[in-house]
Design a protein around this ligand. Sequence first.
Ligand code: GLU
Length: 302
Amino acid sequence: MQDILDRIERDIQPYFGMGEVANYIPELAKVNPKQFAMSVATIDGEVFSCGDHSKKFSIQSISKVFVLTMAMELLQDELWNRVGREPSGTAFNSLVQLETEQGIPRNPFINAGALVTTDAINQRFTDPYNEILNFVRGLCQNPEIKFDDEVAQSEFQNSERNTALAYFMKSFGNIHSDPIKLLDIYFHHCSIAMNTEDLAKSFLFLANAGVNPLNGEEVISKLKAKRVNSLMLTSGLYDNVGDFAYRVGLPAKSGVGGGIVGVLPGEFSVAVWSPELNLSGNSLIGTKALELFTSYTEKSIF
Ligand code: GLU
């Protein structure tokens, strides 16, 4: 495994400079684009890494998997009255479908859908910030995981589209919280800073039928773990999900910070980070690295 990761790190070098870092969040635009890290965590407790694997980065939309997992437990099947399960085929921050679809987002991984799952958490907990943070800390067994307040503030100052989404859905009765408080929680969970090792470990419960192999605790049922993985496969990579499935063949979730985490149920989770994005907002080198990974290892869900 280590040889394969080292080989991938060499093979991706020519791809630097072919994408662009996210620039609509000023704090993310400052990130040095020439960085790469990859980690594989197996359900047997092994971790293999290459590149800058201890460097923390902004997980952004990857946090939507954590809040979805929490919201599925809180709302059970009622959640699916408020958010759909179909790929959107539009950009992650698009407003177009919400008007015709009565304020019900297509899936929990577009921004509108994640605002709904975050709303569920805010409705239930008095301190939603720490509930989310402690949930993620438990998953990767790292009490040091924190929000990056500068990233969260930076996003809040440039939040016109997300603000529009929150108020628009509230007009349909699908948001119950105060939209400004909701946006603040949403930007904070998007700002969580993690390295590829933490991220790979934090997705192990999805590779292990809902049980976190790091401490033996059931995070969600086996059925719900299957469902989260299915949603990642169909909606985890923005409107690039078909091309990603074709090239990589793993359920995965990306974020505009340049991270992508994939899962092979029964075996491992794999996290990759490189800040330059392709036109759909997925890490360009991250996607390439995962494509090489599933080719070299011959391990994918297909
Ligand atoms: N916080 C980002 C936003 O709302 C997340 C986007 C992403 O990673 O897809 O625009």
